[in-house]
Design a protein around this ligand. Structure first.
Ligand SMILES: [Zn+2]
Length: 147
């Protein structure tokens, strides 16, 4: 399933949420996406967002990497039990920015690390400077999404 970066996120099971924007819903083989360097600090913080306990809302279901496959076993071995959403892509993350909430597949970390995906600057900024995963603000948002 492909969605352009920064388009409005609409979950088919709920009403459109105009404050939520898509990031990192890449297509499969042959579909171009933004690539470039991202900082180590960004990657480390993004990883935290993608852990199971912060992944929510399985509205788009199973979402394995269409570019390389094989990520599941590799990630399980590398990151352990706490990273299964990240490893199989079965979940979404929420990142709180100053003007919007960003919705990305948990696989976004894998896209960044393995496929050099470069998300929009506003998303990178939100990951680095917005409320941390597990913070009160982030938990409050997740609790709304967990149903
Ligand atoms: Zn991949």
């Amino acid at each position: 399933m492909r969605y352009e970066d920064l388009t409005i996120y609409e979950c088919r099971e709920g009403p459109p949420d105009v404050h939520s924007l898509n990031v990192g819903w890449l297509g499969g083989w042959g579909e171009p996406f933004a690539q470039g360097e991202t900082s180590q600090a960004f990657k480390e913080r993004l990883f935290q967002f993608c852990l199971d306990r912060y992944a929510v809302h399985l509205c788009r279901g199973y979402h394995e990497c269409e570019f390389c496959g094989g990520w599941h076993d590799e990630a399980k071995a590398k990151y352990g039990e706490g990273a299964s959403c990240l490893s199989i892509g079965n979940g979404e993350i929420r990142v709180i920015g100053t003007t919007a909430v960003y919705v990305a597949p948990a696989l976004v970390y894998h896209y960044v690390v393995r496929h050099a995906y470069r998300p929009p600057d506003c998303f990178i900024e939100a990951v680095l400077t917005g409320p941390a995963p597990g913070s009160e603000e982030h938990e409050t948002l997740l609790n709304i999404m967990r149903w």
